[in-house]
Every structure is written in C-alpha cells, then in structure tokens.
Design a protein. Structure first.
Length: 329
C-alpha cells in the first residue's frame, strides 16, 4: 500500500492519478471533505472519474499524531507532498509547525511502521545560495543561513533535515526540489490563479527569472525514483529557466489574451510591499506581497536539472507546449 500526504494539492492529486494509472494501490489523507473535491475535479478533467474511486481516503492531519495511526496501517511506501504554502509573515509559526514538525511526524511513523521508502516534495527554495564565483544553483550549492530566506524556504529546508535524520535512522528516502510548478488552471491557487489572472487581462510583468516545471513531470519522476534503487539523494526538478515576462506572454498567447505590457520597476515593488505591510498591520488583512516575494520577482536564479536527467535519462515536457495543452482543457 502506498500512502500519499497532500493528496488534495496540485502535486499530490496529479501523483494519485499517475499512481493509479500505473496499477498501484493508494491511500491518501485529507483534512475535510471539501478539499477532496479538488482532486476529484482533476480526475474529471482528464475523464478518469472511475480511477478516482480507487483511492482509499483517510481523514488525518500530519501534525495530529493520533490521526496518522490508521493512515499508516499496512503502508509500504510514502509520498510526502503535504505542506503549507504561504508568504505572509503572520503565518510563520503555522508554516514551520506544518512543514517541519509535520514532516518529523511522517518520518517517525515511517521508521516505526518499517516503511520501505519515502519520497519528499521539497522546493528549489530550499536549495543553497550562490557564492560570488558561482552562476548556477545545483543540489550541491550550500545553504547560507546568514542570507535572507522566506519563512517558507526555511521551513522546507528544516523539513529536509528531518528526512535526512530519518535516513540516518535507516529510512530509505529521496527528495525532489521542484521549481515553480505549472498545472491545470482548475486550481484556485498557484499557477491556476496565474492563468485566471492573465485570462482577465493581467497587465504587469517583471524580468526576473527562475526554474519552471510541469506537474505531470514532477509526478512521473517521483514515481520513477521510488521504483529505482536510488536513495539518500535530492534532485532539482525544472524543465528550464524562464524569464517571468516570457512565461506570462506564453500563457497569454495560449489563452488568446492580451500580453502584460506594464513593467513594474524594482523601486515601485519595494514601495508596494511596504504599503501592503502597512495595510495588513492596520486592517489585519492577509499579506499579498512581502519583501521576500518582491525580491524574488527580480532575482535571476538559474537552476540545473543535470543530476536528474543523467540519473533517470529524464526528458521533460516542453513548457510552452504544456501551457498550450492545459490552456485548452
């Protein structure tokens, strides 16, 4: 039996579909019935409703130890996809509790229940920081605790430490560090919201750059890694490094929408995140733009996928073609 945490999120839902299509017996945990509908919508999108009925759903929470007892019954393999994603500083405690303590709980159960292998979904945010003589971030790039990092990045780095701790205690494990994950636009967060904004005529762009990857590739590679003898390794999963403006233009073209035309300068962004901070403090609203996110909009980080392509001979989907495909769904 395979257990998937975060089965109601973008990666987890796509992974469930991939696992069942490959004949695996799967169990997934959920927090409330409403969240399951998101996964069901994905299966319906690909006309795989019958496969959805094969999922063994268990209500549980990764930070609630008693609820995990039943979820881990007769489990041989675990895909740990569950995480809290937020860039609002007010969520710092909850992010760290969910992503670090929750991962520690999953690792502990894996050890106690003699799970054969775990695959953890981290992020390129948890990779290291470039030194002056370096130009490309790899799995070997060292994390510099003195450099500024978002609470989310710190939580993912801390979660990875829990995975390595489990490895030292005899738990076979692999970590994947996906770039910005693109998926079907049915999702009410992440890339799904981006598609919807651009469809409505989102006018802004910056010229920052980062690594992007299709969610289908993430699910496929995770499955291949778990089937392999690879253990105690982490892999950066990106298709290519793309300038934000080029990505937005590609999405706009696929949706037959207007391309963003208003360049947001670094100076304007620094003003906007401060205004957002002030508004949040005065009116107790949720932050929409923090300093770390504002900085990321102009960073030009380049990531390497050489390790995963050489290990599994991986051929990634072309991002522009994938955008066209999901835009037509």
């Amino acid at each position: 039996m395979i257990l998937v945490t975060g089965g109601t999120g973008l990666v987890g839902a796509q992974l469930l579909l991939h696992l069942i299509e490959n004949g695996e017996n799967v169990r997934a945990i959920y927090r409330n019935l409403e969240s399951i509908q998101k996964t069901k919508n994905l299966f319906s999108l690909y006309q795989k409703e019958a496969l959805f009925e094969k999922i063994d759903w268990i209500q549980a929470n990764i930070i609630d130890i008693p609820s995990l007892e039943m979820a881990f019954e007769n489990v041989d393999y675990v895909y740990h996809c569950a995480a809290l994603i937020s860039f609002d500083p007010k969520d710092e405690d909850e992010i760290r509790k969910t992503n670090i303590e929750g991962t520690a709980n999953i690792v502990n159960f894996c050890i106690v229940k003699n799970v054969k292998k775990i695959c953890f979904v981290s992020s390129i945010a948890a990779l290291g920081d470039l030194k002056e003589n370096e130009s490309t971030i790899t799995e070997e790039t060292e994390w510099n605790p003195e450099k500024p990092h978002s609470d989310y990045a710190i939580s993912k780095y801390g979660a990875e430490m829990e995975i390595w701790r489990g490895q030292q205690e005899g738990l076979n494990s692999v970590i994947v560090n996906p770039g910005v994950i693109l998926g079907p636009r049915i999702w009410e967060q992440g890339s799904g919201m981006l598609f919807k904004k651009i469809e409505k005529g989102f006018p802004f762009y910056t010229n920052g750059m980062t690594g992007f990857v299709a969610v289908t590739d993430v699910a496929k590679i995770m499955f291949q890694l778990m089937k392999s003898d690879v253990t105690s390794e982490r892999f950066t999963l990106i298709t290519q490094n793309i300038v934000f403006r080029d990505l937005l233009n590609s999405i706009a073209d696929a949706l037959k929408a207007k391309r963003p035309t208003f360049y947001v300068s670094r100076l304007l962004t620094s003003f906007l995140w401060r205004i957002d901070w002030f508004t949040s403090a005065v009116f107790a609203t949720k932050r929409k733009l923090d300093r770390a996110t504002a900085t990321a909009l102009y960073s030009k980080n380049r990531y390497s996928n050489e390790k995963i392509t050489s290990t599994l001979k991986t051929e990634f989907l072309d991002i522009n073609q994938y955008i066209k495909e999901v835009s037509s769904l």
